[in-house]
Write a protein that binds this ligand. Structure first.
Ligand code: HEC
Length: 200
């Protein structure tokens, strides 16, 4: 009764197409179920495919060539660190907090790229250890000054951090990379005013 009703609602052509589709579906399922590829897949793998090590090594070399180098990461450090000075000068502490965290994470990234260097005399210089010392003292003081919203302490800690930057540059025999207090911020599109009137 019900099927008769339903059949009455839908045109006959619909049911013809519907049944044809169902039949085709069932047939392709049966085919798939017994297809050779399925039979092979169901069997336990005997041997893992041998990786082409030479091709993999070549691919890794290609990828390495596309990674940013240490000086690129350092230029990012300099970007965040320069902006940090102006955030502090404007007592925009949320922004200062952001740029300080970015400085720290980009320093870590830079050091991960080349953790160990040789100086001109061939001595091994462990950048991670130098960075640890910079994080433990100057950077820590900088973070504390931002938390305390203390401009005087901020300026002092910033100068101390610049000395920390330079101590590492000297250690790797690059004394010509002499950092200074920046004269203008790197980010031109960011407003350093903590209460700008636009955009709202
Ligand atoms: C742990 C060591 C270390 C610390 C700390 C460090 N740097 Fe560097 N920095 C380097 C090395 C090494 C290079 C050179 C990278 C190269 O030659 O590829 C460099 C290069 C640079 C450069 C030149 C990038 C370029 O190519 O123009 C700048 C700018 C720079 N650092 C800024 C800073 C600032 C700012 C700080 C502190 C907030 C800092 N660095 C702290 C190790 C350090």
């Amino acid at each position: 009764m019900r099927s008769h009703l339903v059949a009455g609602i839908w045109p006959r052509r619909f049911w013809a197409v519907f049944f044809a589709g169902a039949a085709a579906g069932a047939a392709s399922y049966a085919l798939l179920e017994h297809s050779p590829s399925r039979v092979i897949a169901q069997q336990p793998q005997q041997t893992a495919p041998t990786p082409d090590l030479a091709a993999l090594a070549a691919e890794i070399e290609t990828i390495k060539g596309r990674l940013p180098d240490q000086s690129h990461a350092m230029a990012d450090v300099a970007y965040h660190f320069s902006n940090l000075w102006f955030a502090g000068q404007n007592e925009h502490w949320d922004l200062a907090n952001f740029y300080c965290a970015e400085t720290k994470s980009h320093l870590r990234w830079a050091v991960r790229i080349i953790p160990v260097r040789k100086d001109n005399a061939g001595q091994t210089i462990e950048l991670e250890k130098i960075l640890q010392a910079v994080e433990n003292s100057p950077l820590k003081q900088l973070e504390d000054s931002i938390k305390a919203r203390d401009t005087e302490a901020f300026e002092k800690a910033y100068r101390f951090t610049v000395e920390g930057c330079y101590s590492c540059h000297k250690a790797v025999d690059k004394p010509f990379l002499h950092p200074q207090i920046p004269k203008e911020p790197e980010a031109r599109v960011i407003n350093f005013d903590p209460k700008p009137d636009w955009p709202k």
